[in-house]
Design a protein around this ligand. Sequence first.
Ligand SMILES: Cc1ncc(COP(=O)(O)O)c(C=O)c1O
Length: 367
Amino acid sequence: MTKITFSSILESLPDTVPFVAPEELERNRQQKFISRIGANESAFGISARAAEAIKNAVGVSGCSWYGDPLSYDIKTLLCEQLGLRREEICVDAGIDTLLGLTVRMLMNPGDVMVTSNGAYPTVNYHVKGVGGIIHGVPYNDNHEDPVALAEAAHEHHAKLVYLANPDNPMGTRIGVEEILTLIDNLPGNCVLMLDEAYFEFMPEEFAPKINTAMANVIRFRTFSKAYGMAGMRIGYAFGNESLMKGYDKIRNHFGVNKLAQIAAAASLQDEKILPTVRDSVAAGRAKIYTLADELGLPYLESFTNFVAVDLASSERAIKMLSLLDEHGIFMRKPMQAPLDRYLRVGVGTAEEHDFFSSKFPDLLQQL
Ligand SMILES: Cc1ncc(COP(=O)(O)O)c(C=O)c1O
């Protein structure tokens, strides 16, 4: 009989899946969620221009033809908006895909990536997939700690450092100067992966200006969050041209969905989408703050589309997740101590928030 063996790296990996999808939870509970506020998705849909562009493109040119492997139109728009050159941008199927490519591009088996304990876990999954080693540093007062990240990068001779700003799962941000100092303090052969998935929700002055001449930083942004296109799978990396050239050696050149390209280009030309979504998210966060205040629960100021609300212990937070699930509300929480006593309450539609706030106070009594 044929016996197939996986590669030795794959053989060594556990059978884990990084996230259990809300769809899987719905299948298990045999009912749809009423409030889906657990995956930091947008509750506010896509740009009207993008919707129109997709509608017009459905058919031969939008679906039957492959996408443009250079994502030329999107890059042209991004160049105008970000002051970049096309060679400094790589468009692919979301940040998650680009994180995987970055790891493949820069790590050999046994190389080290430094991250924060409890930070966005997808990058860890990719690092393990190439036989890399992960060193975590603790958060500092619910913020990622750039000083500790730089120190650990030196101590472990890291090839990569991962930092999300603003951060998932805590929603906090770190200062411009702190990020610039981190970059200055990285070891010679080490690249910072600066994940800016929630960039659009943060006031612009909080984002550092990083010259793309610096070859030790790659920034990642996405159309999944503020642009409401998570299901379409499109995002981009930008940085020094030499790094972007590396992506071209390994990326799937026809891997970006053509309708996603069309929608992304239209979104970038829609002047209304970002201000509208930012306002809706700010209003949604304010409602979560008010609810938490009314219930006497501490929470963290958020620069994202979710708020970390403190339930005082991991046990209480775990129990709350299962109560919420029983009552039709999908939510997630940080997985590692000491962050794991928080609930990550997403900004939903007005209806989703109202439903959540109608149930949450009673459920709190049951803990
Ligand atoms: C920090 C962070 N990075 C990346 C992603 C995924 O981005 P994309 O949908 O572009 O793959 C998420 C999604 O929740 C995230 O929180």
